[in-house]
Unconditional design. Structure first.
Length: 326
């Protein structure tokens, strides 16, 4: 029996932006009912490849086949007609419209004569509820998107894609603003969609999610396809090694010196942005990099603004090289 062709075939795709070679001879396949993880450092070419697949920009060279038929990258609408849907990291919803209006924006069902069509809201709500059921979103189709949580908005985006009969879902950092529980529910949904035959290209810097979900992993580095890992070979260590071009042991290394006794380059003592916010204390030593992580609304931006003096703080001290400032 002949082996079936991949649902999506990407052959020798290249793309240049002025002096920057964003993609260089990249090829990959995606089968129905498969999750392929796409990983790489910032600037590796992931976003460019996603935008090409979604019809947002054309490739300079190479070809794309859907169901073994060539697609000439004629735009977003044509990509959607082929069943390709990109869900951006920055969700693309109109907050002042209802859930149903967002799902069927530009595709509303109509009633009345063709020369004077009127949106059939009852029909639109029924269709919205049906597609929301597919993603386990139990809310009124008439609620405004502005009132939804980030996790609910993510599900609206996926429901919108499914309403177009999407067969190929491209997910760009889908859990970046979700809590651990919300991310777990989303990954369970992705697994179910995969089992129902949807092909999924999953792009994430959260490598543990890739390990959990992916049937295969494609690694990009500097615009080139540098490796593919099959299910049995997928691990965070191997992905990082391919992403950075060296062994993971070389990636994490000691600095060779200690600054534990030096005066802190930056020290924050008993800092409160407002009367009700939590007290923050931390030090950053010379030669040290400290990262701040948190969900949307956690207060990272407000803290940065307070340290820079852009926003006034409620209380606390900020010291640079041991001297108090502003």
């Amino acid at each position: 029996m002949a082996e079936s062709s991949p649902l999506l075939q990407i052959n020798s795709i290249s793309k240049r932006f002025s002096a920057v070679q964003a993609l260089d001879d990249v090829s990959l396949n995606l089968d129905a009912g498969e999750v392929v993880g796409l990983v790489g450092e910032n600037g590796a070419g992931k976003s460019t490849l996603m935008r090409i697949l979604a019809g947002i920009i054309p490739a300079d060279q190479g070809s794309i086949l859907v169901d073994s038929q060539p697609w000439y990258q004629t735009g977003v609408r044509q990509a959607m007609q082929l069943g390709i849907s990109l869900i951006h990291q920055e969700l693309n919803l109109a907050e002042n419209l209802s859930v149903a209006e967002n799902i069927f924006l530009g595709r509303q069902p109509h009633r009345g004569p063709k020369w004077l069509p009127v949106t059939n809201r009852r029909k639109m709500d029924e269709l919205a509820v049906a597609v929301m059921d597919q993603v386990n979103l139990r809310i009124s189709p008439r609620v405004l998107v502005s009132s939804l949580s980030i996790a609910q908005r993510q599900l609206v985006e996926i429901a919108k894609a499914l309403s177009t009969n999407a067969r190929i879902l491209i997910l760009d950092e889908p859990t970046s603003s979700l809590s651990m529980n919300e991310a777990g529910r989303l990954m369970a949904l992705i697994t179910r969609l995969r089992d129902e035959g949807v092909a999924i290209l999953y792009v994430s810097h959260h490598l543990h999610e890739i390990v959990r979900l992916a049937n295969r992993v494609v690694v990009l580095r500097d615009g080139q396809h540098v490796g593919t890992l099959n299910k049995e070979d997928i691990s965070e260590k191997k992905m990082i090694s391919l992403m950075v071009g060296r062994n993971v042991e070389q990636f994490y290394h000691a600095s060779g010196h200690s600054n534990s006794t030096a005066t802190a380059a930056l020290e924050v003592r008993d800092y409160q942005q407002s009367r009700t916010s939590q007290v923050i204390n931390f030090k950053i030593q010379p030669g040290e990099i400290v990262g701040f992580a948190g969900l949307v609304g956690a207060g990272r931006t407000q803290l940065a603004h307070g340290l820079l003096g852009i926003e006034r703080r409620w209380k606390g001290k900020v010291l640079v090289d041991g001297k108090e400032v502003h």
